[in-house]
Every structure is written in C-alpha cells, then in structure tokens.
Design a protein around this ligand. Sequence first.
Ligand code: SAH
Length: 360
Amino acid sequence: MSLNSRLAELIAAQGPISVAQFMTVALLDPKEGYYATRDPFGAGGDFTTGPEISQMFGEMVGLWLVQAWADQGCPKNPRLVELGPGRGTLMADILRTARVAPEFLVDLDVVLIEASPVLQEMQADKLRSLGADVSWQPQFDDSLTDRSLFLVANEFFDALPVRQYVKTPRGWCERMIAAKDGELTFALAPVPLPPAAVPAGLEAAPEGGVYETSPAGTALAEDIARAIAARGGAGLIIDYGYGERTGFAETLQAVGGHRFVDVLAEPGEDDLSAHVDFAALAAAAKRGGASVSGPVTQGTFLANLGIAERAEQLMKANPAEGQNLLAATKRLIGNDTMGRLFKVLALMPPGMTDVAGFPP
Ligand code: SAH
C-alpha cells in the first residue's frame, strides 16, 4: 500500500494528524519514507547540498572544528558528531582536513546520527577507507554527553518536523492533515490554543497568518548546548532559514527533481523541509547554557574562513579545474545563490565569544 493510502487509513481511524506527524512519516517511515528509501542528492536526485558542491565546504568546516578544539586546549578523547550526514561527503572532507592536527584524530570518537539505513550504508562505504572509529545512532541522546562534543549539522534542522498554527477569528488553531475519500487535505483543529500557550510576538499576525515552530529542533539545540556547556566542544548549525521572523507565512515546502511540488501530493516521494528559525535555535542554545555566535550568512562565514584563498590554491595545483572551482565558490557564497539564504550558528562553551568566521 502506498504511504498516501496508509496515511489516509490512519487518519480515517484516529482523526487528523499534525503537520509534524505527517513530516515524520513522509520522511522517515522505515519502509516508504523519503530518506529511508533513496539517495536524494546530486544532479540526478532532488537537491544538492554545500558539501556535494565542493570539497572546500567540508575543508572550511573541518578547519573551524579543529580550531575550536585547539582554542580549548586540545582536550583528549574528543567526540565528533554529525547530524544527518547524507552521503558522508562532509564527514570525509572534515576527517581529511583534520589531518593538519593529528592529535585531534588520535582517540577521536566519530558518531553519525542517521535515521536512514540506505544512507548509513552509503556513509559507511565512504568513510571505511579513512581509518576513523565511526559508529551510528538514530538520534542524538545522553550517551553523547560524556566527552567534549564537536558537532556539525548541515541541512539537518530543516528536515525536522514543524508544527503550524493559523490565526483565525477564534484564536490560533493548529493546522492538521485530514483525509477525504482517500485524498489528504489540510484542515484546522477546531479548538484553538489556550491564550496562555500562545507565544509572545504573534499579536500583529493577520487573519490567516501562519506561525511555524519546530519543537524537535529547539529541544535538540538545547540538548547540544547543555553538553557543550558541561564538557566543552563546539557546535556548528548550517541551514537555510531566517535570523528574525518577518511576517507570518508558512515555509514548509516539498521538492522533487529540483522543483517545488505540492506538499501533500506524494508523501515519501518528495523531500519535505521548512526554513530554520535561527532566532529560536539561538534562544534554545542559550537556555542550554552555551555561548552563541551568529547567525551569520554562509557567505560571510565561508569568506571569513578563507574559501576564496583556498579556491586559488586549488586552482594553482589544478588549473584545468579553475572554472569549476570559481563556479563552486560563487554558488556557496554568492548572495543570489546559497550565500545569503543559508545561515551559520555556533554553539560554544560559556564565555567563548571570539569565534573564527563570526564577527566579534
Ligand atoms: N548533511 C548532508 C545531508 C542533508 S539531508 C549534506 O549536507 O549533504 C538530511 C540528512 O538528515 C539525511 O541524511 C537524512 O537521512 C537525515 N535525517 C533527516 N531527518 C532525520 C532524523 N529525524 N533523524 C536522523 N536523521 C535524519
């Protein structure tokens, strides 16, 4: 049975489900979920990410992590965690780059957080030859908080489920997914949020305005911050999203074959994601006790870390690649490509405010 029919049956049996539940099933259902069943990346897939555009992305991130480790007195037995490693390309580039600091790699425990068995296998293939001690977990949890924690997440938080609330004359009602004759449709919960549960700052919303929130994302940012505050380390969250909320539009989107498609049309077949609310992540990380830098744009971050200089170096070594390197650099830092839409947030131990790549 298709995921669409299974969801319609579930809804017929138990009533409408939240947008967050829909996203979770559509992306992660073990049999038919989007990530559970395919390699979505690259020209033949649905989307391309920074590390898949150029090795320079992972090199900059690798140098940043090693620098953060050195700035904290080179703690022994560090742990390197990546959330949602995709094809494993970013981690491979980080580990290769980290050879500049061999002591970082001695006793380094690498943990990949990946829900998809297909992608886990792909990551294992890519990383096998690098000699690192790598293990996998489906979720970030307390077992990862007993060492200094160096963590990176690129295009992970946008895949975490969001809940949506719509302003109506009777109050903020959660947006749900119902089913009619086997077809999935949007519907509103009949009962609004109790006024005490409505967050501050929503007063100006017009009727029909949407408030989107990712409780899974903020809870995770807080957990990571708590671990970094307690044991040292550094976290880098990179994603497309906004620093401050402007307006009340939804950002949930579906992408299939590099095109926007209808969110409800083919659950399991299209990638679902939402813009990341960096202000909410920053606030959650501060609650967890971390010092927070950013968000800055990806363009600023990569330029500050010297991506243009790295591109020149690579061009000298391999002039035939010149055009490709220029194009990749532009795509990663250009204002009308990824440079401005993508943001970078750093989570550091309390008091660490001078962070590479971020303005002081
Ligand atoms: N970081 C990679 C891939 C980003 S795509 C890159 O930059 O290329 C999102 C990744 O997160 C995929 O590997 C996907 O399988 C994984 N993922 C999505 N939701 C997840 C969840 N809730 N738990 C664990 N992994 C998840």
